[in-house]
Design a protein. Structure first.
Lengths: 318, 549
């Protein structure tokens, strides 16, 4: 019963969050100067009136708000794009989101594996050269934006070998594009660096904490081998906090990929949202923002619920 | 046992990876493309509208110009228009009635014949207020009988003076003679449209390759949204034997000029545009670089609303004389082919006499970078308004490509001449447009790309009631001059009127300060020839292109 009430409460909060997000997004897009039909070439007044009537933009803003909220929350329909005429926002998300998701999952998986490895090594050899090096990498990974690496990788890994060293462009890592596994490499690695930085630091500090706990001391005293100690005793406990940040980290990486997507010509949601913002494409801005927001809220909700099930203390305090 | 599972899953992983790479191949190499007669180019972005009657941007215009063909079409030089889907064009003695005979062998991509009814349907769709095409005004510019009233909802669609007389005869009646009318018939909003296809797909018409049926030399065979597009030569095109290219493909849509150049340099593209930085790299790389005037003219628009600083003509004249256009063109913009502008109308616009140009018939000319004259006007302004110093003013710009650099250059330049504080207001693109609309600016760097091949596309911008006249220059004399030109039937006389109107607008009123005519640079693969770079219509155009054998 306590668990049920806890879950219900979290879900109501989640829906309220999404609703607030939708409302804020709606009014912020309308407050911003210009509308979808504000273009370099002004549209003649009569045509403008016809266009605004056609898309319902001539109605009072509260009426527009009511209609859109009803469409979104009762019919899960975000309407059609103003820029790419005739394309439904739902279709755009359906077609473009998987691309961003695949790239995001790849980058986060890669970053997590490398980050955990580095973190463990850094913790085991604390204050050694390796540790210092790993921490330097972390600082760089967090301080420098991912798209900077995208540009560097694209030029030095994809372009230079072909133009300077006669590598065959058909078999070498492609500079841009999407479709084959090779296309994941450069954007995936450049996006993973931020993940590596976060995961390495977390793994290292968790491992260091665990190393001084009583059960590890006991295990050591019992003569457990180092490998078994690290994998079974230490990592198992250190890994939990890392698992909880993976969800938000995935969403963050996906959303933060917009410039990287542009650089590599990847047909994900990143370029869609960039175009939508520049062109005041109201419905696309709404759709993508709410979708990504809801995705994040759901992941956090799932994490919370799982935590609630695992750890009864959280249920009570919430 | 455990290691067995590990090996199995690794094998499965490897299999999935390899099948992925087969599913979407990397495309053809440059050598293979030459052999197959294919062209890969960077189109930058997803085309906003592939519905010809709705098209309002150059990206969609490029594709549509290959997928469809209008009554008229550009010739091999790109400078003249010849019958396309029409086999002949007959003009009445008063130049107000055009009769087109549609080719008997003109076919849609699904094999059905192109009829006069397809044109009638498209023309009516353009002016339909419910359809609300952004370019419906072009039917008014073309002076098609009834167009204006229909757009305003005052007359039914059937009143439009564009009719199918029979299956192969299409007639257009005009209110006044419009000398450039034939060139308009090559513009995408006047392309034929299939009623049955529009009705079959409804709102989803022209949103994917299945819902696009054209009548042009190429047909759309692939459209992966936000990713890639491909058009292949159509065997149903009436002149398919003359088309040398078998496919035009945008294998990836790259907005970033650096990424596009990388793709070009690694052999993945046959053509892509160059920005200022990439132009330098391409020159170092010894690429085959081309440039062309893209048609746009840039100018400084000044706010001339009451009590605005530049509502004073002396200030406007000072600005016109002050500018150093050759420095801007050669040092700041630095794209070969870009030229200083001393008029509103660019140099490629035709004149009134055959073979002549508008600019040749105009006598406007003043000394570039003439700070002496500029300062003379400034001191006159100061004396007139009893001030000792020019009030501070603001340059409005946007934060897009080069926006900051250009605004800063202009700021430091004008500071020397006007000797006052000059601020820069860099805002997002739409904010800039909204501020121009609301008159919240002193000077804004603006420009215009032509909609059709006639000087009128520039000249009517500064009429009192034109929505694009953001500075609100309102002058009854100028309005009258333009209306007179719109009603003039004689082509040579008409241009004379426009030349006089431009002289009045620029020389006497300094209503707008011309700055430069833009050129763009691009790289193309060795051996790609015969393509057109055009100021109006589909650009680039590959209808006549081929690979050198």
């Amino acid at each position: 019963m306590v668990l049920f009430r806890y879950i219900m409460r979290r879900m109501v909060l989640a829906i309220a969050t999404i609703f607030t997000l939708a409302t804020l997004t709606f009014f912020l897009t309308r407050i911003a100067p210009g509308d979808p039909f504000t273009k370099t070439k002004e549209i003649p007044a009569e045509t403008m009136a016809n266009l605004r009537a056609k898309y319902g933009l001539d109605q009072h803003i509260m009426v527009q708000y009511g209609i859109q909220m009803k469409q979104i929350f009762f019919h899960f329909d975000f309407g059609t794009s103003f820029r790419t005429i005739g394309r439904d926002v739902n279709t755009i998300i359906e077609e473009q989101f998987p691309v961003s998701a695949k790239l995001g999952v790849f980058a986060v998986a890669l970053g997590t594996i490398i980050g955990m490895g580095l973190g463990i090594i850094a913790a085991l050899y604390r204050n050694s050269v390796i540790d210092r090096f790993a921490m330097l990498l972390c600082v760089l990974g967090l301080a420098l934006p991912g798209f900077l690496f995208s540009y560097l990788f694209q030029y030095f890994i994809a372009v230079v070998p072909v133009t300077q060293f006669n590598m065959n462009p058909d078999t070498w890592v492609p500079a841009v594009g999407w479709g084959t596994w090779k296309h994941y490499l450069l954007p995936g690695i450049s996006l993973s660096l931020g993940v590596v930085a976060t995961i390495t630091r977390m793994t290292r500090s968790q491992m260091v904490d665990v190393q001084f706990s009583d059960y590890v001391k006991t295990a050591k005293a019992k003569g457990v081998s180092t490998a078994r100690l690290v994998v079974v005793h230490e990592l198992r406990n250190a890994i939990l906090p890392i698992l909880t940040i993976l969800g938000p980290l995935l969403v963050g990486t996906m959303m933060g990929a917009l410039i990287t997507e542009n650089i590599f010509g990847i047909p994900g949601l990143g370029r869609v949202i960039l175009n939508a913002v520049v062109n005041s494409d109201y419905n696309v801005i709404m759709g993508v923002t709410i979708f990504e927001g809801a995705f994040l809220v759901l992941i956090i909700l799932a994490t919370d619920i799982l935590y609630g099930i695992i750890d009864p203390r959280i249920r009570v305090s919430a | 046992m455990r290691s067995g599972i590990l090996i199995k899953s690794m094998l499965t992983g490897a299999f999935i990876l390899s099948s992925l790479s087969q599913a979407a191949g990397a495309g053809l190499s440059q050598e293979q493309r030459k052999k197959a007669g294919e062209i890969y180019l960077n189109m930058g972005d997803e085309p906003p509208s592939m519905d010809p009657t709705k098209q309002a941007d150059s990206l969609s215009g490029m594709w549509l110009g290959h997928l469809y063909e209008g009554l008229m079409t550009p010739d091999k030089s790109g400078k003249k228009y010849i019958p396309g889907t029409a086999e002949s064009m007959h003009v009445s003695a008063d130049n107000k009635t055009y009769t087109f005979k549609i080719r008997k062998n003109a076919k849609w991509h699904d094999g059905k014949p192109v009829t006069a009814q397809d044109f009638e349907y498209a023309f009516r769709r353009l002016v339909d207020p419910k359809f609300a095409s952004e370019y419906s005004f072009i039917a008014v510019t073309a002076q098609i009988v009834g167009a204006e009233e229909i757009i305003q909802g005052k007359k039914p669609l059937t009143e439009l003076g564009a009719r199918a007389l029979d299956t192969h005869t299409f007639e257009v009646k005009l209110k006044n003679a419009v000398p450039f009318f034939p060139s308009l018939m090559a513009f995408s909003v006047f392309f034929p449209v299939r009623k049955d296809i529009v009705e079959k797909f409804g709102d989803k018409f022209a949103t994917n390759s299945d819902s696009i049926i054209g009548n042009g030399p190429f047909k759309l065979t692939k459209w992966v949204h936000e990713a890639s597009m491909r058009a292949e030569k159509s065997s149903t095109y009436w002149n398919a034997g003359d088309v040398k290219i078998n496919a035009i493909e945008a294998p990836v849509l790259l907005k970033d000029p650096g990424a596009a150049y990388s793709q070009f340099a690694t052999g993945g593209l046959d053509m892509t545009g160059l920005d200022r930085d990439r132009l330098k790299i391409a020159q170092q790389d010894k690429r085959s670089i081309g440039n062309y005037q893209d048609g746009s003219v840039f100018w400084l628009e000044m706010n001339q609303r009451k009590s605005a600083l530049f509502s004073n003509i002396k200030m406007r004249q000072a600005l016109r004389f002050a500018l150093n256009r050759s420095e801007l063109v050669n040092k700041v913009l630095a794209v070969p082919g870009t030229k200083p502008a001393f008029g509103l109308v660019p140099e490629y616009m035709p004149g009134g006499k055959p073979g002549s140009t508008f600019r040749k018939e105009s006598s406007i000319k003043w000394k570039d970078n003439d700070s002496t004259t500029a300062k003379k006007f400034i001191s006159e302004y100061l004396a007139e308004t009893k001030q000792t110093k020019v009030p501070a003013f603001t340059i409005l710009g946007d934060d897009g490509t080069n926006g900051k650099m250009q605004a800063e250059y202009l700021q430091s330049f004008l500071k020397k001449v006007f000797d006052t504080e000059i601020k820069i207001d860099l805002v997002p693109f739409k904010t800039r447009l909204q501020r121009m609309r609301d008159g919240q600016f002193d000077i804004v760097w603006a420009g215009w790309g032509p909609d059709y091949l006639d000087s009128m596309t520039f000249m009517d911008l500064f009429m009192s009631n034109n929505e694009n006249n953001h500075g609100e220059f309102k002058d009854a004399k100028f309005d009258k001059m333009i209306v007179a030109a719109q009603q003039e039937a004689d082509a040579a006389k008409r241009i004379q009127l426009l030349v006089a109107a431009e002289k009045y607008l620029i020389d006497e009123q300094s209503a707008v300060v011309p700055y430069y005519q833009r050129a763009r640079a691009y790289v193309s693969s060795e051996g790609l020839q015969g393509f057109l770079r055009l100021q109006v219509g589909a650009d680039p155009n590959f209808r006549y292109a081929s690979w050198k054998k």
